[in-house]
Design a binder for this molecule. Structure first.
Ligand SMILES: O=P(O)(O)OC[C@H]1O[C@H](OP(=O)(O)OP(=O)(O)O)[C@H](O)[C@@H]1O
Ligand SMILES: NC(=O)CC[C@H](N)C(=O)O
Ligand SMILES: [Mg+2]
Length: 544
């Protein structure tokens, strides 16, 4: 658990909403801790100490389906068959069909609106098909294949079978990243790690990072590692937005250094900036990045153009990423809390502000205003990514066209909307070249947010309308309220169940429990909407 916890803190930039760890201890017992909040807050020393065992899985959540309710925190658990826990990065696009299958064919109850809970149950259903008392690796490969035939969308997953091992797999388009690394330990044995990004492996001393191939499954057990291409890869199309924004610069994903790709984006953007500035006859005095993500590209852009690079915005290191926050109000407020403009770098200058992307325009609107407030002459905004005009359906939460500032707007209109004197976007071919030149064996990237071409197929106007209806900011707020009510309504019944559980705990049924409710949670913190709770796990800590 301490190592998984460390790994999750290195992946915190991928999800700030909720986090969780499940470990597997002696006799196949599972121990879990999950809640809304950041890794450092949820995993107290005591909580981690209670997560015993030699293998486990963890997750940091950035909700892209359902709500931010803690019932949707991962990993998820089902007891049958074999005791499976599951963590998923990505987003499914055929949830309606899968839900119908669950209901009508598999007769499995899905208790949240999380697509990950659904995916776990698809996996469980395929494992169950074996009908075996004890399964083997062959059965697992067959089950993962069954899941891949059925599930559509983006999914990089880790699953743990109690007392058996860990299974990692990546969808047939390889949209979201996933890799595996090893660490030799004295005596000849080997530790294994799977993670979304290689940076998590480096820090733990794991080596030989290998990307899981699209359509491949990896099984890790005491006996070693087995890999199999369970389904032929479709088009291998990693999401280019990982390189633009989501991933850490020190990670190498699918053979491409994120850092190098951002340097290349800065170089390429410099050419476009040069061209536009010459055409418009504007001179720029200084290049200023928008911390954090655009720094690498902005520095290279400034060097290429021979312009001074200045850190004119100072970032509050205690405020996380704003784009992945769930609500617009929160995002907007956080930009002001996060960034402060230093007048001495802006006053009386034509400033070129460089960001990695302009999505909703929340960041740019605020910082352009700040730049003006401290006396800039002209504010020119350059984006390492082209205009984002289409929703993302594969695990980046930008589901609604209306929320995208470039949707239905020309570049000039975007400038007006965000208050810039001029906006300069990278072209899509330049962005793709910046990334692809670092690994030409990747033939294409998932670029749907820029060109509206969805690599999996199955995403049409009707689907996007439907998605907008359930995922727009407005609807998320409504869903959260409805969910909150459901939780409150469930509470009365669940408290009663909890008390009964306490009796069982007191009689010694639960070896790991330390609290009065048999879950290890102090009664005052008891988690009261437990209808969705992973019944049967040894909960070590819950924030109510
Ligand atoms: O147009 P918007 O909707 O504002 O989205 C784009 C902005 O959001 C991200 O920053 P974020 O604060 O999330 O993270 P960072 O610190 O890694 O740059 C991204 O780097 C842009 O700055
Ligand atoms: N990025 C993620 O981890 C999202 C996983 C899943 N779609 C959810 O909303 O929980
Ligand atoms: Mg940013």
């Amino acid at each position: 658990a301490p190592e998984i916890c460390e790994g999750l803190s290195l992946l915190q930039h991928r999800g700030q909403d909720a986090c969780g760890i499940v470990t597997c201890g002696p006799r196949g017992r599972l121990y879990q801790c999950k809640a809304n909040g950041m890794v450092r807050d949820v995993f107290t020393q005591e909580a981690v100490a209670r997560l015993i065992g030699g293998m486990g899985i963890g997750h940091v959540r950035y909700p892209t389906a359902g709500t931010s309710n803690h019932a949707e925190a991962q990993p998820f658990y089902v007891n049958s068959p074999y005791g499976i826990t599951f963590a998923h990065n990505g987003n499914l696009i055929n949830t309606a069909a899968l839900l119908h299958f669950m209901d009508a064919v598999a007769h499995r109850h899905i208790n949240t609106s999380s697509d990950s809970e659904l995916l776990l149950n698809i996996f469980a259903d395929h494992l169950n098909e074996t009908g075996k008392f004890r399964i083997n690796e062959e059965d697992i490969f067959v089950a993962v294949r069954g899941l891949m035939v059925q599930a559509r969308g983006a999914y990089a997953c880790v699953a743990m079978l109690a007392g058996f091992g860990i299974i990692a797999f990546r969808d047939p388009n390889g949209i979201r990243p996933l890799g595996v690394a090893r660490r030799p330990i004295p005596g000849g044995a080997t530790d294994w790690l799977c993670a979304s990004e290689s940076a998590a492996a480096d820090v733990g001393g794991f080596v030989d990072w290998e990307d899981v191939r699209p359509g491949e499954a990896v099984i890790l057990t005491r006996c070693g590692v087995s890999r199999r291409q369970v389904i032929p890869a479709a088009t291998f199309a990693p999401d280019i937005f990982e390189y633009v924004y989501l991933a850490r610069p020190d990670s190498v994903l699918d053979g491409i250094s994120v850092y190098r790709s951002r340097m290349a984006m800065g170089n390429a953007l410099a050419q476009e900036v040069q061209r536009v500035l010459t055409e418009k006859q504007i001179t720029v005095d200084v290049v200023i990045p928008v911390p954090d993500t655009s720094r690498v590209a902005a520095l290279n852009l400034a060097q290429t153009l021979g312009l001074p690079y200045r850190e004119g915005f100072v970032k509050n290191r205690y405020v996380g990423r704003t784009f992945i926050m769930p609500e617009q109000q929160m995002r907007k407020k956080s930009v002001r809390r996060k960034l402060n403009a230093m007048a001495l770098e802006f006053a009386n200058k034509n400033v070129l502000i460089v960001d990695d992307s302009i999505v909703r325009g929340t960041t740019s609107r605020e910082i352009i205003q700040m730049a003006k407030d401290v006396g800039s002459k002209k504010v020119i905004m350059a984006s390492c990514a082209p205009p984002i005009r289409y929703p993302n359906v594969y695990g980046i939460d930008m589901p609604s066209r209306a929320e995208l500032v470039a949707h239905g707007r020309t570049t000039e209109e975007v400038a007006e909307a965000i208050g810039a004197d001029l906006v300069i976007f990278q072209t899509l071919p330049d962005l793709v070249t910046s990334v692809r030149q670092l690994n030409p064996s990747i033939e294409r990237f998932e670029c749907s947010v820029f060109d509206g071409e969805y690599v999996t197929g199955g995403v049409d106007a009707a689907y996007l309308d439907h998605l907008e209806g359930i995922r727009s900011d407005n609807m998320k707020t409504k869903a959260a309220v409805v969910n909150g009510l459901a939780s409150a309504q469930a509470a009365a019944a669940v408290v009663a169940v909890g008390e009964a559980g306490a009796a069982a705990g007191a009689s010694g049924a639960s070896s790991a429990s330390g609290g009065s409710d048999g879950t290890g949670t102090p009664s005052s913190h008891r988690h009261t909407d437990g209808v969705d709770d992973t019944i049967g796990l040894h909960n070590t800590w819950k924030l109510s």
